[in-house]
Ligand binder design. Structure first.
Ligand SMILES: NC(=O)c1ccc[n+]([C@@H]2O[C@H](COP(=O)([O-])OP(=O)(O)OC[C@H]3O[C@@H](n4cnc5c(N)ncnc54)[C@H](OP(=O)(O)O)[C@@H]3O)[C@@H](O)[C@H]2O)c1
Length: 249
């Protein structure tokens, strides 16, 4: 039997993290690096990911993921610094928070493209390089299962990502690549700034959880290391809600 803790070991694994310039992606990229992974960082804001790359000895790949038309080339670029990534965190996302009547074809497409299409096409381009020990983590949401006002396209994309996660597991787990999703509750990032700036709203969201508080970015680290590592070797196609019990109530 292995030492139980070695199952959590991800040292020297190569990870690709999208949305690494801020919020959840940035925090998880740092955590993976602290755990010994070599991390490739994708986002549009070059200065932010370059600074993080210097800090964690990772590699910055500035890209607009909505403008990528050849994901195989992107996969090759991601493999250049450290070898082919076997861990992928699809954290880039957008929520435009428009009233239903304000949603346009353009804003709908932008949301669905970044939140749903990009995770599929990027993952598919990477799986061939993952061998038989890959782990893909998609970032779902409370809105994967709950309808919130002013977020219709976002909710549709996040409902879709949970089913995409199951379909990825069905397609790729026979060859040793696992796909799971983490569904965070409310965490303070640029995406949720409007929610956290409104103290009443933030308190109401905290009160919706079993634990009586909103998330802190560190709450996502353990679940991410678990899903990346062999500690979760028999876990695939699952959605792990890291929400203080919001969806349990
Ligand atoms: N915060 C929460 O409470 C919460 C809850 C549930 C789910 N989530 C999900 O968690 C993920 C991360 O969100 P967050 O809260 O960390 O928000 P955030 O701080 O706004 O981060 C979003 C990230 O996506 C990147 N991004 C946006 N458009 C991009 C594009 N076209 N190409 C490449 N990168 C792009 C942004 O980088 P650039 O602007 O530099 O491109 C940024 O790094 C999202 O999928 C979100 O839906 C968040």
């Amino acid at each position: 039997m292995h030492n139980a803790l070695t199952r959590f070991d991800i040292s020297n694994r190569v990870a690709l993290v999208t949305g690494a310039s801020s919020g959840i992606g940035k925090h998880l990229a740092r955590a993976l690096a602290q755990a010994g992974a070599k991390v490739v960082l994708i986002a549009r804001r070059e200065a932010s990911i370059s600074e993080l790359a210097t800090e964690i000895q990772g590699h910055a790949l500035p890209r607009d993921l909505c403008a990528v038309n050849d994901f195989d080339t992107l996969a090759n670029d991601a493999a250049e610094p450290f070898g082919a990534p076997t861990l992928l965190i699809n954290a880039a996302g957008v929520n435009l928070r428009q009233q239903v009547d304000a949603v346009t074809e353009e804003s709908w497409n932008q949301t669905l493209q970044l939140n749903l299409s990009v995770p599929f096409f990027l993952s598919r381009a990477l799986v061939n390089g993952m061998g038989n020990q890959g782990s893909i983590i998609n970032i779902a949401s409370l809105q994967s299962t709950r309808a919130f006002a002013n977020s219709l396209p976002y909710g549709a994309s996040k409902g879709g990502i949970t089913q995409l996660t199951r379909a990825m597991a069905e397609a790729w787990s026979p060859r040793g690549i696992r796909a799971n999703a983490i569904a965070p509750g409310f965490f303070p990032t640029e995406l949720t700034q409007a929610v956290f700036d409104d103290e009443q709203k933030a308190a109401a969201n905290a009160a919706q959880t079993c634990m009586g508080r909103n998330g802190e970015l560190d709450d996502l680290v353990g679940p991410t290391l678990f899903l990346c590592s062999d500690a979760s070797a028999y876990v695939t196609g699952q959605v792990l809600y890291v929400d203080g019990g919001f969806t349990a109530k």
